[in-house]
Design a protein around this ligand. Structure first.
Ligand code: C5P
Ligand code: ZN
Length: 505
């Protein structure tokens, strides 16, 4: 049996126990099940999958979307739960706070009144190889499900939405039709890290379900947005750099026209990638490969690795809509969550194609604008600062907390070269309602391979700085919050810990 199959077998058998226990627990409960989930695309996908699954079982539920399961939130949830004994599901967070949840929500009972379905590194373990993971696994049956218990990498092989999907499928086989939403969640969490942006691990198993059920189709395509005017999609691609043409959409249009491709539709609009036939796509791809290899002296095989990707099509969605392509779908959900419209995202992921979808499209435009503005502000004003082993920036009054993580990710993946990929980047945004900075750390995979683990680094730096906040995430992406007065010392400690991580490997 392959590694993925044996992992899945054990996961499914545990989920079966979790299901029985859950159905038993909720028999006596008089209120609805409360699902708490994270505000990003993966969190909203998880919430939607769980909501739909409970709806189908006629189990009443409500969903709350949180920016993070911080200590203060857990206290608030515990207070709420005191007078109102309910059952909770935490999805896409909870593992990084499981001790806190036990302490605050389990004060009176022998058993927990919640389930955690999360893919982040559990609280108190520094990394996936730590022996303590077995101990946590043994002590948290049947209410805690986490991929690291099954030797599955939670950072790339399964998302919060994926775990919610496997749970939903155990509840009812009919929930197989939610497999595409699980893939939207994984895409939002940048888990497509196999060759040509493909899925790996348990995410590929979910993909198999989606393909077998005729819900998703995989095509090989150019790595540009399929729905933007093609000249804009290419010139503003964050991954493909064509010196002289990037960031200049009118020059790019002339370049495309010079290939003999008719770039206007009959209504005068510029064609998108979706509007081109195979022949035309081939012409564009050859011209780009030739252009980049001449200008930048890069081997064509290296260019192809970035240029040609797997595109995952949702077969039941309208061609040309944001929901037809997994990546665009995940952008839409992210923009909902990050503009305080999480409920719109959940409604869309649960199937709304009318009011919620139309409203979300309006928010998407503003969201994209705010990202573009934030990135150019960083670049134009040289906002990146450096220490020996890390780099960091402050959002000031330009980049708010809700997009600081997205901006840090975009910097790491950007083609612009403003960022030193050999150092992790920490974005710091002042929170509106508290005297703290929200911190988002991101590291390029090349240094993760060399031993950088940001989840561990942030937890260690918090401890070294005597800070009580919860923090963590994954090796390449992690977060926390830090009081304004402690930011210098915290960043110094991050520098120290990263140095240690790189030297000890
Ligand atoms: O908040 P941000 O996007 O920077 O978080 C990066 C990753 O770390 C996310 O997957 C998030 O869920 C996780 N995280 C966490 N615990 C925190 C803060 C962030 O697990 N306290
Ligand atoms: Zn996630």
């Amino acid at each position: 049996m392959s590694k993925a199959n044996s992992n899945l077998k054990l996961l499914n058998s545990d989920l079966n126990e979790t299901k029985k226990w859950f159905l038993d627990q909720i028999q006596e409960i008089k209120t609805s099940i409360h699902i708490y989930t994270h505000l990003d695309a993966d969190g909203l996908s998880s919430g939607a999958i769980l909501g739909k699954a409970l709806y189908r079982e006629t189990i009443p539920f409500q969903i709350s979307v949180l920016r993070q399961l911080e200590r203060e939130e857990i206290t608030r949830i515990a207070t709420l739960n005191q007078d109102n004994e309910s059952f909770m599901i935490f999805s896409d967070f909870g593992s990084g706070q499981y001790l806190e949840l036990i302490e605050k929500l389990n004060a009176k009972n022998e058993e927990t009144s919640f389930i955690i379905l999360d893919h982040h590194l559990p609280q108190d373990i520094p990394n996936k190889d730590d022996d303590k993971i077995k101990e946590i696994y043994a002590n948290s049956r049947p209410w805690h499900i986490n991929p690291y218990f099954y030797n599955v990498d939670g950072s790339t092989e399964i998302s919060g939405a994926g775990l919610s999907y496997f749970f939903a499928k155990i509840l009812n086989e009919r929930n197989l039709d939610l497999s595409p939403i699980a893939l939207v969640g994984a895409t939002g969490d940048i888990q497509r890290q196999g060759p040509n942006n493909s899925f790996t691990g348990l995410n590929s198993t979910i993909l198999e379900h989606a393909i077998k059920n005729n819900l998703v189709e995989v095509i090989s395509d150019l790595n540009f947005s399929p729905i933007k005017p093609l000249n804009e999609a290419i010139s503003y691609s964050s991954e493909i750099n064509l010196p002289g043409l990037s960031e200049n959409s009118s020059k790019m249009l002339k370049f495309l026209q010079s290939l003999g491709i008719l770039m206007e539709n009959s209504d005068g609009s510029i064609k998108t990638l979706n509007d081109l036939n195979q022949d035309e796509k081939q012409k564009v791809s050859s011209a780009i490969i030739e252009y980049i290899s001449l200008k930048l002296d890069i081997d064509p095989s290296e260019i192809i690795k970035k240029l040609i990707i797997n595109r995952y099509i949702l077969k039941n969605e309208v061609v040309g809509s944001e929901l037809h392509d997994l990546k665009e779908f995940s952008y839409l959900l992210n923009s909902c969550g990050r503009s305080n419209n999480g409920s719109l995202g959940i409604a869309i992921a649960m199937g709304d194609r009318r009011m919620a979808y139309n409203k979300a499209k309006d928010h998407l435009i503003n969201y994209k604008k705010s990202l573009v503005q934030a990135l150019s502000w960083i670049q134009d004003k040289n906002k990146i600062q450096y220490k020996d082993y890390i780099q960091f920036f402050f959002g000031e009054d330009i980049i708010p907390e809700n997009i600081i993580g997205t901006i840090a990710s975009m910097l790491i993946f950007s083609k612009s070269g403003d960022i030193d990929l050999s150092k992790p980047v920490f974005g710091c945004a002042k929170r509106k309602d508290e005297e703290v900075y929200k911190i988002s750390g991101r590291a390029h995979e090349s240094i993760v391979k060399k031993g950088v683990n940001l989840s561990e680094a942030i937890r260690e730096a918090l401890e070294l700085s005597n800070l009580k906040a919860l923090g963590g995430g994954h090796p390449p992406a992690a977060g926390t919050k830090v009081p304004i007065s402690k930011i210098e010392i915290f960043l110094d400690n991050c520098d120290l810990v990263i140095k240690k991580q790189l030297e000890s490997k």
